[in-house]
Design a protein around this ligand. Sequence first.
Ligand code: PLP
Length: 469
Amino acid sequence: MWDDPLAMNVRKKESVMTTNNPREHKVYGTQGLQDGKNMPGLLRAIRKEFPRVGVDASGRTRIFFENAAGSLVLQRAVEAESKARRDFFPNVGEASWESRMNENTILEGRKAVSDFLNASSEDCIVSGESATSLLFQISYALSKELPQDGNVVTTEYEHYANISPWTELERRGIVKEVRFATFNADDGMLDMQHFASLLDRKTQVVAVTGVSNGLGSKTPLNEVFRFAQEIGAYTILDAVHMAPHVPIDVSRLECDFAVFSAYKLFSRRGSFMYGRRDLLERTKPYKVEPSPNHPPAKWEMGTRDQALFASIAAVIDYLSWLGQEVQNQVSDRVFEYSGRRRLLKAALTWIEEYERTLSEAMLYGTKGHPGMLGMKGVQVYGLKDESRIHLRTPTFSFDIAGVELKKVAEHMWIKHGVVVIADDFYSRALRTYGKPLAIRASLVHCNTIQEVETFLAGLAETVRHFGAG
Ligand SMILES: Cc1ncc(COP(=O)(O)O)c(C=O)c1O
């Protein structure tokens, strides 16, 4: 018999919440969440939405800390997907009720994504197979607009999905150069001076990730895009790692394109793109002749999968519910939005704050559990400074000196039931540290301090086990 991790978690959490220890209050220190009754109740309700949050399908109790490669999935997203696949299978454009329901599912999915991103209209929302394929679509369409002597500016902590589409243009002689803005190796933050120095009047495209999937660093997007817009460059946001952690507002950012993946946002494989309406209209993506000449259909290759739209709409439903629950706690930061957009911004604002407490616990520990920074032999990459913790997501890459990292990930799984990965994450960031691999622990808002403590205890034992501490 496995223990019910949810019940365990709530029991332990309740005992933690009654303590007067200041560190523990700090861990739960999000304003409005210090109430010992609210926090476990809300977290319990959140975790109920994720059927595999604590126990995998084989029945093993485990802690899932590898959300960056594909997050835990919402039950309502799974149900909506399967209903749409089963009930609305006929294609669009037929006379039947089922066909119209298919069309409606796709439209509602677009509206949901449009609200999530605060886009001007659902017609600006394009779906695709993956973020990678959408970024290649964008680079292909823009390539026809670019003069041949231009450059593209991106960052050293990008995922290759937002590098290769641009180096491909370089290889084909369509752009002259792809430039990489460095980040500070100590704190993982983009070097804004270096970034600004790379821009010139030949910069045609600025393509950056909102959050590094390797380091968890948040890019100062307002500043980056302001610089880019001043010189008239196209602005591309890779929001794949940002979407589950940070509110996104494409209208405020005034970015030209933004891309995220549903499977990193509690849903299934498949991705979405926002494109500025006039650009979607003007540019020429790959397209079959008879397909419509207007967006979004113009940008979508082949038949859409209604189940993807149903699934993402269910995610947005869940986030709206969460927004409803927490909106009073964050109302001062979401007042300029209304309706569902406001609820979604409230949910993500709350998530961002709650996740900060997870980051603090991971780095500095909790009572009785030293954090990663206190573990001899463990080198954490990225931001570690407590006063700037809000500039990172709870995505931690680290090294253990002299140990084969794949073995560490295996040991964490076999001995401690903790899922982390040893990989390069297709991120360019590790080049800066001269390392081919790192271990990554990536958390989302349905993870808990209790899980962090189990992870920390497991990691401490693992370091000892390999004689690295
Ligand atoms: C920041 C970032 N961008 C792009 C991608 C690629 O996403 P997809 O697998 O949907 O192509 C990933 C996937 O890990 C990512 O983390």
